[in-house]
Write a protein that binds this ligand. Sequence first.
Ligand SMILES: NC(=O)c1ccc[n+]([C@@H]2O[C@H](COP(=O)([O-])OP(=O)(O)OC[C@H]3O[C@@H](n4cnc5c(N)ncnc54)[C@H](OP(=O)(O)O)[C@@H]3O)[C@@H](O)[C@H]2O)c1
Length: 235
Amino acid sequence: MTSLDGATVLVTGANGGLGTQFVHQALTRGATKVYATARRPHDWDDPRIVPLRLDVTDPDSIAAAVDAAPDVTVLINNAGITPATTSLLASSDADLRATFEANFFGPVRLATAFAPLLARHPGASALIDVHSIASWYAFAGSYSASKAALWSATNSLRLELAPQGTQVVGVHVGYVDTPMAATAAGPKVDPAALIAQVYDVLEAGGFEVLGDDLTVQVKQGLAAPVEVLYPQLLG
Ligand SMILES: NC(=O)c1ccc[n+]([C@@H]2O[C@H](COP(=O)([O-])OP(=O)(O)OC[C@H]3O[C@@H](n4cnc5c(N)ncnc54)[C@H](OP(=O)(O)O)[C@@H]3O)[C@@H](O)[C@H]2O)c1
């Protein structure tokens, strides 16, 4: 279990809907410092919040963040993008690669770059990877594929970081009421409630967050024949 009390947290995509919640709720739970990283960082008007420029698709930017934030104890891979189309077949090669750069290579490179720093805090360090229900349900083309890949990477990271005392939490959820899901129809999870759940799981020593009922159902469906999860295959 990793307490946020006294932690130093780094959040990617901090300006976004979930990112903002990650920043503020870490402080509410006692974090002493939060690096609020973004492609275009802004002043947060709080001395505990350190704005930092970080583009997760740029290895030089990641290296600079490691130098600027050597005291990180909790790394939160939150930044992500949705591609222009939900069709895999209609995706251009450039779109596919851009989606994987932001949603897969970026978070994995960040975990790799910060792992030695997290190792300095055995039993008090953590990595949180924000996946999606899309990791387990292919409704969104390259977005789903990238989140499935990140889920697999998170499982590897769980195993590889456990010996150094770094807890790894993966987050799966359906639509959340943020700018990313602004045009989506259907019920949306409240971002504040989701991040409270994520931090509860982190501080309780858990490994996985299932943010809504639909995600729970889809995860259960993975154990069934594929046509149960995708009944449209039966015509
Ligand atoms: N909202 C949902 O329904 C939902 C559901 C499941 C999972 N998620 C996941 O939750 C995470 C947070 O998304 P959100 O809902 O908070 O959406 P959001 O409000 O659109 O925030 C996404 C953030 O990611 C940042 N970002 C994108 N590419 C980046 C890059 N190359 N480097 C650094 N930052 C980058 C964006 O920065 P800019 O401001 O510079 O564009 C933005 O601040 C994402 O990983 C998303 O896939 C969201």
